[in-house]
Ligand binder design. Structure first.
Ligand SMILES: Nc1ncnc2c1ncn2[C@@H]1O[C@H](COP(=O)(O)OP(=O)(O)OP(=O)(O)O)[C@@H](O)[C@H]1O
Length: 591
């Protein structure tokens, strides 16, 4: 018997288990919880006192000709109702704000966690889906934690109180009423898991639809240029419909459960009333006592009914909590070691790749870097060239430790990058990418992105050195001009110079530069080149070179093919050698 009951019990507990994750968040606000519990007890007590007053009125107030006692009863009633109103208001405020608080904390934690996850996680995760977890899943939790918890607690207290009072009022009738409870409660609990499963499906479908919409809105111009709107709309429509269908199924189940509970509960009340009526007729019970009992039975029954609704909602919330929990459980594979080594200040910027092999997690073992050796001395300027897919960007990814090598080692100033705190490592490296990201904030904040709170003077100085000051000054609000979606759009060359200003401000000893020429006209190219000269002076720089000027200025050129260095030297020698570099140079630099 116990053996049979055990799995049922664990599965029942599992339904709500993900909600346990919220407990530590709630316990931080224990005082609020305590006050809510007090308000709850007062409100339940006041509600439970009402049937007593009704009984007194029926049995004494109406039978005797006693105006004084009627007045006293009604006076007491007002008192009870006043206490009930005050306590209910406080309970509502306390519990709802607790829900808001918990969800706000959880949201911040979830976002912080997402900022720490590594490239490996984001290779498969969809941003839109994560955003949906951050917003819609947490909102679902809020409703469960706030409103539902408030309703559940109130009704639970009322239910217990009503049962006690029923037993006190009439033992025989309460036996009849209580016998009905298992018949009502068991199917309710059994349905909880099904609701949770369905509601999870609904939220998943919604997350997928958001991801899809996000992706397409981000590339709205490509979508319109390709005339892809009808297909996109159709696909989103199907995703939205799927979300609706799953939500409808979950609701259907909830509605069935609620209807069944209400029907069974009412039946049991009617049965009790019928039995009691016979007792009153037989003179075994006063009509006041029967009224009192029925009021308690109705109270108990309605609280049970409400509990059933809340149970489904809690099960749905558990689905959301489960999905959030899954994300929170993901541990970044790139993290600081327990005792990170410290770089010696000032960082000199000596970089070494030693027999490094690496393949991307999704590349099925195809090597992007293959037993590569490369040493760059402090202050040296190295240009990396090679055909598309040779592994040039991958070198940057490994040096900034967005991925860990499969074998070999990458080091900065003689320390393996895996022994450093990634944040300290990345502070020593400034990155100016090919297609810099501009955020939807002011120009000044965009430049100070890597050095939050940098003084305006330094921001301006960096912009001047990056040849960006003149165009910034010509913007409507200068350095305070809003950029991005709701602001000014910059040209490719302007964006690059902003990124260079960002790198100058970061003032890191190592500079990684992914050059782009495609976006630049001759004038812009000259300006960017001048800015780059300035930023590279005195730093170790590794440049993915697309410009002849860069390779000519470089101390050394390394030629990459298939993840290996196939040639190394200066421009003239490499051209004379007539190898891969000579061919690339002819194509790319017209030499
Ligand atoms: N995130 C990734 N997952 C799987 N494979 C990747 C990933 N990024 C790059 N690769 C593969 O690794 C190889 C090296 O890519 P990498 O971006 O380093 O080349 P690249 O020399 O910088 O090329 P390009 O000049 O076109 O930017 C390529 O075969 C590429 O397809």
């Amino acid at each position: 018997m116990t053996d049979e009951a055990a799995p049922e019990k664990t599965s029942r507990l599992k339904t709500l288990a993900p909600l346990r994750r919220l407990l530590p968040y709630a316990l931080r606000y224990w005082l609020r919880i305590l006050l809510a519990l007090i308000a709850l007890s007062v409100a339940a007590g006041a509600t439970l006192a009402l049937p007593l007053a009704v009984r007194a009125m029926i049995d004494q107030g109406f039978s005797k000709d006693n105006a004084g006692s009627v007045n006293a009863s009604f006076g007491a009633l007002i008192g009870v109702v006043g206490a009930l109103a005050l306590a209910s208001g406080s309970r509502y405020y306390l519990v709802i704000t607790l829900g808001e608080r918990v969800v706000a904390d959880l949201r911040s934690d979830l976002f912080q966690h997402l900022t720490r996850l590594d490239a490996r996680f984001y290779e498969t995760a969809k941003t839109g889906e994560l955003l949906s977890r951050l917003t819609s899943d947490t909102t679902q939790l809020k409703s469960a934690f706030g409103a539902s918890a408030s309703i559940a607690l109130r009704n639970f207290f009322l239910f217990l109180g009503a049962i006690v009072m029923m037993v006190v009022t009439s033992f025989k009738l309460s036996l009849v009423a209580l016998a009905a409870i298992p018949v009502i409660v068991l199917p309710l609990i059994a349905s909880g898991r099904a609701v949770k499963g369905r509601s999870r499906l609904a939220q998943d479908a919604l997350a997928e639809a958001s991801a899809y919409a996000g992706e397409n809105l981000a590339a709205v111009r490509t979508m319109q240029a390709c005339g892809a709107e009808p297909q996109i709309v159709e696909r989103f429509h199907r995703a939205a419909e799927a979300a609706y269908t799953t939500a409808r199924d979950a609701t259907q189940l909830r509605a069935l459960v609620t209807a069944g509970a209400i029907f069974l509960v009412s039946c049991s009340v009617v049965a009790v009333l019928w039995l009691g009526a016979h007792d009153v007729l037989a003179g075994k019970m006063s009509s006041g006592v029967l009224s009192q009992f029925v009021l308690y039975a109705v109270l108990g029954a309605s609280s049970l009914g409400e509990l059933s609704q809340v149970w489904s909602e809690a099960a749905a919330a558990a689905g959301a909590a489960g999905r959030i929990g899954e994300i929170l459980r993901v541990r970044p594979t790139i993290a600081a070691p327990p005792k990170p080594k410290a770089l010696k200040e000032p960082v000199r910027g000596r970089i070494a790749f030693e027999k490094v092999s690496f393949s991307y997690p999704s590349a099925n073992g195809v090597k992007a870097i293959d037993e590569l050796y490369l040493t760059i001395e402090p202050g040296e300027r190295v240009a990396v060239v090679g055909p598309s897919g040779a592994g040039k960007s991958t070198l940057f990814q490994l040096l900034t430790r967005f991925y860990d090598v499969d074998s070999g080692a990458v080091s900065l100033d003689g320390i393996d990058v895996r022994e450093l705190d990634p944040r300290a490592l990345r502070r020593s490296i400034a990155l100016a990418p090919q297609d810099p990201v501009i955020f939807g904030t002011s120009v000044a904040e965009n430049i100070a992105y890597g050095r939050y709170g940098a003084p305006r003077r330094e921001i301006e100085a960096a912009a001047r050195r990056a040849q960006a000051h003149d165009f910034i000054a010509a913007l409507p609000n200068g350095y305070d001009t809003q950029l991005g979606e709701r602001g000014v759009t910059l040209s490719g060359g302007q964006r690059q110079r902003l990124a260079i200003a960002r790198a100058i401000l970061a003032d890191a000893p190592v500079l990684l530069l992914d050059e782009a020429t495609s976006a630049l006209d001759a004038e812009n190219e000259k300006l960017v080149q001048a800015a780059l000269e300035d930023v590279m002076a005195g730093r170790t720089s590794l440049v993915i070179a697309h410009r002849l000027a860069t390779v000519l200025e470089a101390d050394r050129i390394v030629v990459l093919e298939g993840g290996r260095i196939v040639e190394e030297g200066v421009h003239e020698t490499l051209v004379e050698n007539g190898g891969l570099y000579a061919r690339l140079a002819r194509l790319q630099f017209n030499v």
